[in-house]
Design a protein around this ligand. Structure first.
Ligand code: NAI
Ligand code: MG
Length: 501
């Protein structure tokens, strides 16, 4: 048995203990010296007008733990009528209490929310991992600190909006419908709710159907912070619920993050109903490795680029372009490093890659890989002992497939990398830009002038040099071409939530 397999075996030891109670279940997560109990109720309602309200249809749907396949709880299945109640509550708050507050008072609520997120961050991280399958060390050390940072950062803007567009008078847009995906549930909520509130809007948010639990815990935090009723409303459900939000006549703006396919549908509907729109869609981002890069660091950047969060990352560095002269060395080092990735129980603090978010997503990944294997090039996958229960997929790559192949062109949203080579910086730029998407790119070189030259030629919204997948609340994020429009984060992230008078 290899070292990696031994490690994989030892880390499946249970660290989270589950108990069933009358009210639902309690997960006890121990990580010396602390232990934390997280309660999950038997069912969850919508959060409308500051209260938890049962769905009018009386229908519920299940959410599971993708790490084990077990059902965690039931969530309200919302339809038009529930969305309508939420929009009415949001409109009432927008016309009333929320707009009557001074900007600095509004900011205080957002600061309060940020502090409560920090206080409850362990609980939120555990819940995020249980419901969505990402490794606990990512929820705890990457997602939660960023979630709090987005609220702190935007709270600071609330009473400084005159500096967003100096010389212009700005006003909130109104009631905002926000639809988020399952890859960074709480972080996408923060990206959307924090700037919306800072600008004086009210919101109706629909989390993704597989990962709604942290949004509902966030609802509790809003109540705890004393946020006026109706400023934040959360309705749960799937595509139909999202569609009802997009179609609602009294919503002023839709912010969407998700697939390009659904994005196009939303753009059509929102167009007819005259809503403002921002879209953060898919990507097929290039991570360019030059021969003069610090190769071991570049390998770390490739790993972080595609295997972080099981590859469920819109800006994933899913296409590596490596300079031809170092291809063999690169592949040898990459394989060695990939074998060290510990895949397994997301609740284990040593896990590097957790569970694929849903059975559907796992099937999609498998199908695309199978399709890819029939299209030429070489395929390589780490041979891991995967847990028998839950949704797991080992890290893998394709090398030397032509640019027209499925894996080179389409977003897999899984731990699947496409590797090709280039000879000159010009060729690297041309290949990197040969995609319908334009969300992100990475450049690895020790030569500053080369980094700047290549960066200038890339058609992508986010460009990292000698790092990858680094995020910060102060910096705008968003894409070119089919990756969407509008920016989230930084000063630019406020613009879609403001009208210029
Ligand atoms: P999706 O785009 O269907 O889901 C994203 C959100 O949109 C969810 O909250 C969903 O309930 C909602 N939604 C679905 N249909 C809708 C509609 N007609 N109107 C309004 N809202 C709607 O993504 P899905 O099906 O979960 O994943 C499929 C693929 O999409 C993935 O394999 C991946 O390639 C891509 N994706 C990309 C994301 C990104 O951040 N770029 C995030 C999630 C998925
Ligand atoms: Mg779930």
């Amino acid at each position: 048995m290899s070292m990696t397999k031994k490690k994989a075996k030892t880390q499946t030891k249970k660290k989270a203990v589950k108990q069933k109670t009358k009210k639902g279940m309690v997960f006890e997560y121990s990580e010396a010296p602390e232990s934390m109990k997280v309660e999950i109720a038997k069912k969850y309602e919508n959060y409308i007008g500051g209260k938890f309200v049962a769905p009018k249809s009386g229908k519920y749907f299940e959410t599971t733990n993708p790490g084990t396949g077990e059902v965690l709880t039931k969530l309200a299945l919302s339809f038009k009528e529930d969305v309508d109640s939420a929009v009415k509550a949001a409109r009432k708050a927008f016309k009333g209490e929320w707009s009557e507050l001074s900007a600095s008072e509004r900011g205080k609520y957002i600061y309060r929310i940020a502090r409560l997120i920090q206080e409850r961050s362990r609980e939120l991280a555990i819940l995020e991992t249980l419901d969505g399958g990402k490794p606990i060390k990512e929820s705890r050390d990457v997602d939660l600190p960023l979630v709090a940072q987005h609220f702190f950062y935007n709270a600071g803007w609330a009473d400084k909006l005159e500096y967003v567009l100096p010389g212009k008078e700005v006003k909130p847009v109104g009631v905002c419908g926000q639809i988020i995906p399952w890859n960074f549930p709480l972080l996408m909520l923060a990206w959307k709710i924090a700037p919306a509130l800072a600008c004086g809007n009210t919101v109706v948010l629909k989390p993704a159907e597989t990962t709604s639990l942290t949004a509902l815990r966030f609802a509790e935090i809003c109540t705890e912070a004393g946020l006026p009723a109706g400023v934040v409303n959360i309705v749960t459900g799937a595509g139909e619920t999202g569609q009802a939000l997009v179609e609602h006549k009294d919503i002023d703006k839709i912010a969407f993050t998700g697939s390009t396919e659904v994005g196009k549908l939303i753009a059509k509907t929102a167009g007819i109903t005259h809503k403002k729109l921002t879209m953060e869609l898919g990507g097929k981002s290039a991570n360019i490795i030059f021969a003069d890069s610090a190769l071991d660091q570049a390998i770390e950047g490739v790993i972080a680029g595609i295997y972080f969060n099981q590859g469920h990352v819109c800006c994933a560095g899913s296409r590596v372009l490596v300079e031809e002269s170092i291809k063999e060395t690169f592949l040898k080092k990459l394989q060695k490093r990939m074998k060290q990735i510990r895949v397994g129980n997301p609740m284990d603090k040593n896990t590097d890659m957790g569970a694929i978010n849903s059975k559907e997503q796992l099937s999609k990944i498998k199908e695309m890989v199978k399709l890819g294997q029939g299209e030429g090039g070489e395929f390589w996958q780490v041979d891991n002992d995967l847990p028998r229960k839950g949704n797991y997929f080992s890290p893998c790559y394709f090398v030397d497939q032509s640019a027209s192949c499925t894996i080179s062109r389409e977003e897999v949203f899984g731990p699947v990398l496409s590797i090709t080579t280039f000879r000159t910086p010009e060729e690297a730029i041309a290949k990197a830009n040969d995609t319908n998407y334009g969300l992100a790119a990475g450049i690895w070189s020790e030569k500053g002038s080369k980094v700047h030259k290549v960066a200038a030629g890339l058609r992508a919204g986010v460009i990292w040099a000698n790092t990858y997948n680094k995020f910060d609340a102060t910096s705008p994020f968003g894409g070119f071409k089919e990756s969407g429009y509008g920016r989230e984060g930084g000063r630019h992230g406020l613009l879609p939530y403001l009208e210029v008078k």
